[in-house]
Every structure is written in structure tokens, then in C-alpha cells.
Design a protein. Structure first.
Length: 125
């Protein structure tokens, strides 16, 4: 009976490991500006507040002009912006006839329920 030869093939050598990279240093804590004071209504203005917690949008869709601008005249019920929560958009409407005296938030900003979004100076003031 002929002898059977057994051939063992060596596994390819594992690639040399590069020295372990140092773990990236944690990013320095963002310089936090002093917490801005909550906006309060100025004397003679009517605050327009967020109806709920969510993201405020000043435009009906990206690239569109804003619903309102500083100095615009609004009537009761005028849509001034939207607050989106869970893909549902809720209108923010004026509660007074008057002129927009201040816009207190940026489009895309997270807002809290009751947070002042706009200040409207009522007609006659």
C-alpha cells in the first residue's frame, strides 16, 4: 500500500496590526454662553406664545418667504409661524391686531410651551 502523504497548508499570516490609535479626545465642552434671559413682554406689547413644545418654523416650507417679518401688520388670527411636533404642524396665530415689534426666536429653533415667539404692538400704541 502506498504511503499517503498529508500536506498541511499554513494559514496566511495575519496582517500586522497597526498600533492602536489613541482614542479620540472628547470634544471640549461647547462654550456655553450665559443662559439668555427668557423674553418678557415689553410694556405696550402683546406676547404671542408657542402653543406647545416643538420646533418653530417661520416659513410654510423650506425656501419660502416667512409668514411675517419685523414691522409687518397682523390681524387677530394671522398665521405667524408653525410649531411642529411629531410631524404635525400647528399654526401660531396672532392674538392681536397690530405691528410685529419683535421676533424672539429663529426658524428651526426648539421652543417650549408658552415661550414668547413674537411681540405685537397693538394698533393705537
Amino acid at each position: 500500500m502506498p504511503a499517503t502523504a498529508s500536506v498541511a497548508q499554513a494559514a496566511p499570516a495575519a496582517p500586522a496590526e497597526a498600533p492602536a490609535a489613541a482614542a479620540p479626545a472628547p470634544a471640549p465642552a461647547a462654550e456655553s454662553a450665559p443662559a439668555s434671559q427668557p423674553v418678557t413682554a415689553k410694556e405696550g406689547t402683546v406676547p404671542i406664545t408657542a402653543p406647545m413644545v416643538g420646533t418653530f418654523y417661520a416659513t410654510p416650507e423650506p425656501g419660502a418667504p416667512p409668514f411675517v417679518k419685523l414691522g409687518d401688520h397682523v390681524d387677530v388670527g394671522t398665521t405667524m409661524g408653525l410649531v411642529e411636533v411629531m410631524k404635525v404642524f400647528n399654526a401660531v396665530s396672532s392674538g392681536a391686531d397690530g405691528t410685529i415689534d419683535e421676533i424672539c426666536v429663529e426658524s428651526g429653533q426648539f421652543v417650549e410651551h408658552g415661550q414668547i415667539l413674537f411681540l405685537v404692538r397693538p394698533d393705537g400704541n
